[in-house]
Design a binder for this molecule. Structure first.
Ligand SMILES: [Zn+2]
Length: 145
């Protein structure tokens, strides 16, 4: 499970390949200080595609993460589900042009070797709530054990 999964993203996208797997949350070290406990798995699916002539990676991530509620400071499970399409630019200049044309576009510069775990970790970091909280009314009342 700790084996690195590395792809050539441009080739992967053009060939329309796809890949699914799971990562141990404990191995995603950049997440560590955002979690109350690093346990469980992050499941992902990466699919290569071409959108309007641009190579892209579709990325879906699902993970049930233990966060600390900012209201009552108790841990709770946050069901993170994210889906993104990352356009793969040849270089910074191309990415800048795409972002100028569409400020909402989501793109990265394609490196010859891209580490899937790092991509998944990035998506999780983007998908985490800034101030995680229980749903309204679900906090434990103050003063109770
Ligand atoms: Zn709470």
């Amino acid at each position: 499970m700790s084996a690195q999964t590395v792809i050539d993203p441009l080739r992967f996208a053009r060939a329309g390949e796809s890949l699914a797997g799971a990562l141990s949350v404990a191995e995603l070290i950049r997440l560590a200080d955002r979690l109350s406990e690093a346990e469980g798995e992050a499941r992902y699916r990466v699919s290569g595609q071409v959108r309007d002539g641009r190579p892209a990676l579709g990325l879906r991530v699902e993970a049930d993460l233990k966060l600390t509620c900012q209201r009552c400071l108790e841990p709770f499970v946050y069901p993170l589900r994210t889906e993104a399409t990352l356009l793969l630019a040849r270089d910074e200049a191309q990415l800048a042009r795409w972002e100028e044309a569409d400020p909402l576009c989501d793109g990265v510069v394609a490196e010859p070797q891209m580490d899937i775990a790092a991509l998944v970790e990035d998506e999780i970091l983007l998908g985490l709530p800034v101030a995680p909280r229980h749903p309204d009314g679900a906090c434990r009342p103050a003063g109770l054990p």
